[in-house]
Design a protein around this ligand. Structure first.
Ligand SMILES: *Cc1c(COP(=O)(O)O)cnc(C)c1O
Length: 407
């Protein structure tokens, strides 16, 4: 089976090694060319006639330089906290280009969002009632939970029946009564079924619920189908067939607009799709340690700096960049955090020696943005390789003083 997973070629491998040497490890490196490629791929998957708006889900990777790059591409932002909203404005996004989809926030945060003029998606009925009391004329979107199970991982599937997200589709009668009684202007319907939705069919089923629900709303300006595109993490992994999804949904959306006799906007909020494959995480092997049961490769990082394997059980492809021709052996790659800290078990790698540089793939999404100072370790630096091939540091490695700030 083939997918869009790509190992670093020889030139890229050399460049990554040079960057590790120049800036030290652990190090995050991002590739602008890959972000641009993913953006084009997603855009081209949809008919040109569809009024498509992409809002980058910035929680995936929120470095301001990455946000600037996104702004240059013409995408908007999907923000989930008021701080993300402010970060987007700071980088120069127009307020109308920022969609704010928080959950379980208080009125203070929503008042601030109104004052800043961003688009707001409301996640629950009590908040909707409260919101219109203070802002009767501010148009809002609402987050609908279509209850379509998508993806296998309960931590990242958020559309199921036990999920805390959105207004249940079964609450529609109540919702419609409120909207009528309070004269609320609903300008958008939103759904987001979670990350890593593989299945085009499940996705289309969920979107059918949104299309049907839209019949009840006169003033809609957009339908927002969230995200959850699955990207490959290794050469045999499954991925969302984005071209097929784009083709089918474009047709469906155009029929929908034609029937309504109104041009509407189709919104997606990709995070992982745009940045996951653009990221490499580089760490150095400190200790190679055989035990009676396992051969460990211990690196100078941990789940504090690269959380996905421990947090989600995610499998990230790893390569030994500095000894690619080495005879392969089976290793468990582990970190330096003082508790179980496993990046990979029983993984075949080119022979690992102390001082070797390991490269972790798919390090663009939900890696640095989820990293912490646990164990009082300093956060790694981030480097961006521009399309020209030039690399620039876009976030300095933390320093000792950062740990004491505000204390
Ligand atoms: C996290 C999130 C996304 C992005 O999901 P990906 O799987 O990274 O594409 C989109 N919309 C909302 C509301 C989110 O919370």
């Amino acid at each position: 089976m083939s997918n869009s997973f790509q190992y670093a070629d020889e030139a890229k491998g050399r460049q990554l090694l040079d960057l590790a040497k120049a800036h030290g490890t652990p190090l995050y490196v991002y590739d602008e060319a890959v972000i641009r490629r993913q953006y084009r791929r997603l855009r081209n998957a949809f008919d040109a006639e569809v009024n498509l708006a992409l809002h980058y889900a910035m929680k995936a990777l929120s470095n301001p330089h990455i946000l600037s790059l996104m702004r240059g591409l013409g995408v908007g932002l999907d923000a989930v906290s008021i701080e993300e909203v402010k970060l987007g404005l700071h980088v120069g996004f127009e307020p109308e280009k920022i969609l704010f989809t928080p959950n379980n926030v208080g009125m203070d945060e929503l008042n601030e969002a109104v004052a800043l003029g961003v688009q707001i998606n409301i996640d629950n009925i009590p908040m909707l009632e409260l919101f219109v009391q203070s802002h009767p004329d501010y148009p809002v979107g609402i987050r609908i939970n279509p209850h379509v199970q998508a993806g296998g991982n309960a931590r990242i599937s958020v559309g199921h029946v036990d999920s805390k997200f959105g207004i249940s589709i079964h609450q529609l009668p109540h919702l419609l009564k409120l909207i009528d009684a309070l004269n609320i202007r609903i300008e958008g319907l939103h759904m987001h079924a979670g990350s890593d939705i593989l299945d085009t069919e499940a996705f289309l089923r969920a979107s059918e619920i949104i299309f049907n629900t839209a019949e009840h709303f006169e003033q809609l300006r957009y339908l927002d189908f969230g995200s959850g595109f699955k990207v490959p993490y290794h050469p045999a992994d499954m991925e969302t067939e984005i071209e097929e999804l784009g083709r089918l949904l474009s047709t469906r959306f155009r029929t929908f607009c034609a029937k309504r006799k109104k041009e509407m906007q189709l919104i997606f909020e990709p995070g992982k799709f745009l940045v996951s494959q653009a990221g490499y995480f580089l760490a150095e092997v400190m200790v190679v340690k055989p035990t009676p049961s396992t051969l460990f490769a211990g690196i100078n990082s941990g789940f504090n700096q690269f959380p996905r394997p421990m947090y989600y059980g995610a499998r990230h492809e790893i390569e030994n960049l500095s000894n690619p021709e080495g005879r392969s052996r089976i290793y468990s790659v582990v970190g330096n955090v003082c508790e179980t800290d496993t990046f990979a078990s029983n993984r075949k790698l080119a022979e690992v020696r102390e001082g070797d540089i390991l490269c972790f793939y798919n390090a663009g999404a939900y890696c640095f943005s989820m990293a912490s100072n646990y164990n009082s370790r300093l956060l790694p630096a981030e480097v961006l390789i521009r399309e020209s091939g030039e690399a620039e540091v876009i976030r300095k490695r933390q320093e000792w003083g950062d740990l004491l700030r505000g204390c």
